[in-house]
Design a protein around this ligand. Structure first.
Ligand code: ADP
Ligand code: MG
Ligand code: ZN
Length: 482
């Protein structure tokens, strides 16, 4: 029994996929396929986003449209009136000396997000608010001096703020993945975490089990992968537990996460809202939304990932876990739908997509450069089901097709990945293994069934992973029986 329970609330910044910035006509993101890092420094700027005095912001209608779309997709109240505010602070990457954001009057109010945990258990986390704001620039530290790149300054963001009602790192990770699925699905955010287009601040506090008041919270800033968010939270829970158990008290502060040490570290004391001297932005009128416009956006919303997940479970009998992963991105859904059209059985296909395909996509961090096609998946599923390849070979084939785009049949031949189902070859391997492990073999013969796994494994090894495991087992049983 643990004495404390964790309380977790997430603030997620999503960069809106608008063509131009939120208050000027500068490009908000590089053309598709070009990395932010490759855009020349300070070239996507103008006097407005560079913060020159006397310039005036003009609100980007598309950014508002996207914020409303996200709000509707997350079941939020849409506020017909909202207000921009100035958040004042000094930092070299913030030339105006304030960030234009929304404070006490955000564009979207209360909403909720439902999702599955890896165990299949369902959860709903309430959302407090979504507000619109501009991004800051970026300080780049070079040797003994720093440079400022304002290409990002003025890029539109929404910040999605959850209620503090998650309890475990795993739950926070699942919430974050589900949120990512929604905002990328409705195409308001490209979701690229490496480039910082979807980033998360995790607020973590502890309280005695049964307490109703919250404990002091620590905010872990800008962690840029799902796994690292989970690890940072898990580490923070451990750290705070140790402090409280030894009778100490947690300091309210902002911390960073260092993946190399798998630890959080103190960055600065936490500011309070009054430190920022928020006040209404005098250069922008109140933001008013016509009901007809909101209704129009609502009517254009697609079927959402969680609705589709439910449909896949209901209509195709997919497990909640597989269905959740298949519907976590548009790419996976496209592979799924198109491979089924090409004849793949849905369950085996969902398995591949939830396993090797999403593993590869996560590892690469992008689908750009992938040559994998739905036909590859349909072929792999067919070969797998006909036992002409092993599960290991299936994974290898997906990796190979991703790189080369070659036909599966050619790859099987080229790489020698066909599964050996020839009884004579299997028997020869089995005999060799028996000769090497006579003691274990006599144990099997006296009824020690557990050792079947051992012998199967040994034959698999001898075959270089190509033997058909089901057939080996059958052979072993036959041999023992006779
Ligand atoms: P800010 O961090 O900007 O000061 P808020 O006070 O509104 O803003 O809190 C932001 C986030 O912190 C929310 O996601 C909320 O759920 C979470 N949060 C607030 N209090 C706690 C707490 N005691 N423990 C964990 N999370 C908390
Ligand atoms: Mg915060
Ligand atoms: Zn500009």
């Amino acid at each position: 029994m643990s004495l404390f329970e964790a309380v977790i609330g997430l603030e997620v910044h999503c960069q809106l996929a608008t063509r131009t910035k939120i208050f000027c006509a500068c490009p908000a993101s590089p053309p598709r396929g070009v990395s932010v890092a490759d855009v020349p420094v300070n070239r996507a700027t103008c006097p407005v986003c560079a913060g020159h005095p006397g310039t005036l912001p003009v609100l980007n209608r598309q950014a508002v449209d996207y914020a409303v779309r996200a709000g509707l997709a997350l079941g939020c109240e849409i506020n017909p009136r909202s207000q921009f505010s100035r958040k004042n602070y000094f930092y070299p990457d913030l030339p105006k000396g304030y960030q234009i954001t929304q404070f006490d009057s955000p564009v979207c109010g209360e909403g909720a997000l439902s999702f599955s945990l890896p165990s299949g258990e369902r959860r709903t986390v309430r959302i407090q608010r979504i507000h619109l704001e501009e991004d800051a620039g970026k300080s780049v530290h070079v040797g003994t001096h720093s440079e400022v790149n304002l290409n990002r300054a003025g890029v539109p963001l929404i910040e999605v703020v959850s209620h503090p009602e998650m309890r475990t790192a795993e739950e926070a990770g699942a919430y974050l993945r589900a949120l990512h699925a929604v905002v990328t699905w409705i195409e308001v955010c490209d979701g690229n975490m490496q480039e910082g287009n979807f980033r998360c601040d995790a607020n973590v506090s502890l309280r005695p089990v049964g307490a109703t008041e919250f404990g002091t919270r620590v905010e872990v800033k800008n962690v840029n992968s799902f796994r690292f968010v989970e690890k940072a939270i898990a580490h923070e829970i451990e750290r705070q537990t140790a402090i409280l158990k030894s009778g100490g008290s947690v300091k309210q502060e902002t911390r960073g996460y260092d993946p190399d040490r798998d630890a959080t570290f103190s960055q600065r004391g936490k500011e309070e809202a009054h430190d920022y001297r928020y006040f209404p932005e005098p250069d922008l009128p109140e933001l008013t939304l016509a009901q007809a416009w909101v209704d129009q956006i609502r009517s254009e919303l697609p079927e959402l990932p969680d609705q589709r997940r439910a449909r896949y479970e209901r209509e195709l009998g997919l497990s909640s876990y597989d269905a959740g992963i298949v519907t976590s991105s548009r790419e996976l859904v496209r592979y799924f739908e198109e491979s089924i059209q090409l004849g793949a059985s849905s369950k085996a296909l969902a398995n591949l997509l939830a396993g090797e395909v999403s593993r590869l996509a996560n590892e690469k961090g992008t689908w750009l450069g992938s040559r994998l096609l739905p036909i590859h998946l349909a072929d792999v599923v067919r070969e797998l089901q006909a036992a002409r390849i092993s599960a290991t070979a299936a994974k290898q084939l997906i990796g190979l097709a991703w790189e080369s785009g070659e036909r599966i049949a050619d790859l099987i031949e080229l790489e020698g990945l066909a599964q050996v189902s020839d009884t004579r070859a299997l028997e020869a391997w089995l005999d060799e293994v028996i000769a090497q492990s006579p003691a274990q073999w006599s144990e099997i013969q006296s009824g020690k069934d557990k050792l079947i796994g051992f012998f199967t494994g040994q034959v698999m090894k001898k075959s270089g992973g190509k033997a058909n495991p089901a057939l080996i087992q059958e052979l072993i049983r036959k041999k023992v029986g006779s």
